[in-house]
Write a new protein. Structure first.
Length: 159
């Protein structure tokens, strides 16, 4: 590999590492997320665990809110589109840790620093195995805050 190729690869990795995360729309770089793109709803990258939710499946099959409104699923389960948005918000709060932190504790932490930790926590929440993480003994305050918020989110989202 030539020196120039190494510089190009390094710039790609740095761009990926330092790209900003918007918790409202999800992290597009996280491989444990999928693109939820439905006309009439803002595009977002949702955790893979949300793919099994019937509402998400039906919205993705319909492809747009207007087609979804005419579906049998909508007519039998919802009164209005605002109820659909409310349900989507509730699911996001239950399944998406960065979204939950942003809604409940805004400006609490820097999401970019904990990209990989959020990914591990989101996946670990829905796997039926113990979640084991090794943390250095000299914790900074933000890491402790993220771990505490994860524990709180885990307790709240069990319902």
């Amino acid at each position: 590999m030539a020196t120039f190729d190494i510089f190009i690869e390094n710039s790609k990795r740095l761009k990926k590492f330092f790209s900003p995360i918007n918790p409202l729309f999800g992290d597009p770089k996280d491989t444990r997320r999928f693109l939820f793109n439905v006309n009439g709803i803002k595009k977002a990258y949702l955790p893979l665990a949300m793919k099994a939710i019937p509402l998400i499946q039906q919205l993705m099959i319909a492809g747009s809110v207007s087609k979804f409104k005419r579906s049998h699923f909508f007519k039998s389960n919802f009164n209005s589109i605002s109820a659909v948005h409310s349900s989507l918000n509730e699911y996001r709060l239950k399944y998406d840790l960065p979204f939950w932190i942003h809604k409940n504790y805004p400006d609490q932490i820097n999401f970019n620093e904990f990209r990989s930790l959020f990914s591990i926590f989101n996946e670990g929440r829905w796997v039926e195995k113990p979640l084991r993480i090794m943390v250095r003994s000299n914790l900074d305050q933000d890491t402790t805050t993220v771990i505490n918020l994860f524990i709180l989110w885990f307790k709240v989202s069990i319902n």
